[in-house]
Design a protein around this ligand. Structure first.
Ligand code: ADE
Length: 412
């Protein structure tokens, strides 16, 4: 076996071994084959955990074609092993150009998929615009991430969405663990790989206090950083303050920042005025889906020169002599410079994907062209399997208690 193939194969096996929820779903899918004759087009970060989702859907009878949802997030060893060992068609390579990226997404739509599993909503958007030939056949789609869900809700509000979408991002077994603990850990994996520098003792600024921002701030504090949060939502800003963090405007935060991570889902969080005021030596990274949170055009325009100083770090020398640093071209630092979220985290996220895809296949004829939450029963089923796998047994309500909480007449 060649070395790359062996590496990818081992990573997939390790992931499978540590995904007890996916293993249980896999067992049932192998018996029941719910996706027999169904084509599934996937655009997700093409790494080992995603590979297991592709394998489990294939074992459920689906023909799967996979592309990456980010030009820098593919693990080429895994892509090779998925093709060679599992017969899954993969159109993804690390470092693909923008042109190759869109060509690979087009390949996903060339399959004529019945279902789409998307991360960021690029494939869904293409099916509604440049690839209208594909849209009629698509019964429905799942969306993985906050940014994609926001795009799809905007499409639905404009009356443009032509099939139902399930917001897998908003399953409790997804955002409570993946967005918070997954991003919280994988951002620092990316940080370490990219910089090899300590977190303790640094002034760490996080932009956004959604579930991802909360996880990042919590872990930064745990690693010994002094943490500042920048947030536009007044309620979340109070929450950040009460969680013990400094809260201020970005223009003020950049003056003391040693490290800065964006996790907002919005564009231009760090732009020209911020680069002008930023502390010398600040290292910036992004944990949001798109690479537009840190405005690279402004950064390049503000700089006198740019030099790669580590594999995933570019040094920008400002015209006044300050040096600012950018990790992984401002792309998702936890995947572009790290290995993505931990395996057990993606176990529940991808279980929500697998079960939502099964639900969509059955229910899409009755569904409207809008964005749906993951059914509560799916959340509960996944949480139950996960708890069992953790060796945890919890109490259940008695009949009497159940009756009590469903009534309003009885107070005491
Ligand atoms: N691995 C696969 N998909 C991922 C995601 N959306 N975030 C982090 N790691 C991942």
């Amino acid at each position: 076996m060649n070395e790359m193939l062996e590496k990818g194969s081992l990573k997939l096996k390790w992931a499978y071994r540590n995904m007890p929820v996916m293993r249980e779903i896999d067992k049932r899918f192998l018996e029941e084959r719910p996706f027999e004759g169904v084509k599934i087009g996937m655009a997700l970060h093409t790494e080992a955990k995603t590979g297991i989702l592709a394998v489990v859907l294939t074992n459920g009878g689906a023909k799967v074609r996979l592309a990456s949802c980010n030009p820098l997030s593919t693990d080429d060893t895994v892509a090779l092993a998925l093709e060679e060992e599992y017969g899954i068609e993969v159109y993804a390579k690390k470092g693909e150009t923008q042109e190759e990226y869109y060509s690979n997404l087009n390949k996903v739509l060339d399959l004529g998929p019945d279902l789409i599993i998307d991360d960021g909503a690029d494939v869904i958007a293409m099916a509604h615009t440049t690839r209208r030939d594909a849209v009629k056949k698509i019964k429905g789609a799942n969306e993985e991430t906050t940014t994609g869900v926001a795009r799809l809700k905007a499409m639905a509000a404009a009356g443009k969405l032509e099939f139902p979408v399930i917001s897998v991002n908003d399953a409790k077994v997804k955002y409570l663990f993946d967005n918070r603990y997954g991003t919280g850990q994988s951002v620092f994996d990316g940080w370490m790989n990219a910089t090899s520098l300590v977190v303790a003792g640094k002034r760490f600024v996080v932009a956004g206090y959604g579930w991802c921002g909360k996880g990042i701030a919590m872990r930064a504090k745990g690693l010994g950083a002094a943490v500042t949060v920048c947030e536009v939502d007044p309620v979340k800003a109070i929450e950040a303050r009460m969680d013990g963090f400094e809260v201020m405007r970005m223009i003020d935060a950049v003056r003391t920042a040693d490290m800065l991570v964006t996790a907002t889902g919005c564009r231009d969080i760090i732009k020209e005025e911020h680069f002008a005021a930023m502390k010398d030596g600040c290292i910036m990274g992004n944990a949001g889906h798109f690479d537009n949170e840190i405005n690279k055009t402004d950064l390049e325009r503000s700089a006198a020169s740019a030099n790669k100083v580590r594999e995933a770090v570019v040094e920008y020398r400002m015209k006044d002599g300050r040096k600012l640093y950018l990790i992984a071209e401002g792309r998702l630092m936890n995947l572009a410079a790290g290995q993505g979220h931990p395996v057990e985290i993606m176990d529940t996220s991808f279980a929500a994907q697998a079960l939502s895809a099964e639900y969509l296949l059955e229910k899409s004829p009755e569904m409207e062209n809008k964005v749906y939450d993951v059914p509560e029963a799916i959340d509960t089923e996944i949480a139950g399997i996960k708890l069992r796998s953790m060796g945890i047994t919890i109490d259940t309500l008695t009949e009497d208690q159940r009756r009590y909480i469903s009534k309003w007449e009885e107070g005491t």
